[in-house]
Design a protein around this ligand. Structure first.
Ligand SMILES: [Cu+2]
Length: 128
C-alpha cells in the first residue's frame, strides 16, 4: 500500500512538472478572462502560445479568437506587428503563433468574437 501511494505521489509530481508552462500570464477585461501560456520561454522570432478563454467564468462556445502583437515605432525603427487567427482546440482553448521581430516590450491585443454578442478586446503585454 505504501509503495502504491509513493507511486501515485511521483506520478502526480511528474504531471505537475510536465504541465508547468515556461510562460504564464492572465489578461482580463471586464468578464473576459484569458490565461496565456507557452510551453517554451518567449523568444525573438516565432512562438506558439495557448490561450484559455472564459466569459463570465464559462467557455464561450464557437467563439473566434485573434491575436495582434505590436510594438510602436521607435527612433530609427518602424512600428512592428504580428497578427494571427488562433486555432480552436476546443473547451475554450486556443493556439496560435506570434512572431516577435525584436526584443523589448510588445503590446498584445486578443480579440474574442463570441457567436452572439459583441467582440471583446483584451489587452496585455510581454517583455521579450
Ligand atoms: Cu522596436
Amino acid at each position: 500500500m505504501k509503495t502504491l501511494f509513493k507511486l501515485f505521489a511521483i506520478l502526480a509530481l511528474a504531471t505537475t512538472l510536465l504541465n508547468a508552462a515556461a510562460f504564464e500570464k492572465v489578461a482580463k477585461f471586464r468578464t473576459t478572462k484569458i490565461l496565456i501560456t507557452s510551453e517554451k520561454p518567449l523568444v525573438v522570432g516565432n512562438n506558439t502560445i495557448e490561450m484559455m478563454v472564459t466569459l463570465k467564468n464559462k467557455v464561450p462556445e464557437g467563439a473566434k479568437v485573434s491575436v495582434k502583437a505590436f510594438m510602436p515605432a521607435m527612433p530609427g525603427m518602424p512600428a512592428m506587428e504580428s497578427k494571427s487567427e488562433a486555432k480552436s482546440l476546443g473547451n475554450g482553448k486556443y493556439s496560435t503563433r506570434i512572431n516577435f521581430a525584436m526584443g523589448g516590450t510588445w503590446q498584445i491585443h486578443i480579440i474574442v468574437t463570441p457567436k452572439t454578442g459583441k467582440k471583446v478586446r483584451v489587452k496585455s503585454s510581454v517583455n521579450i
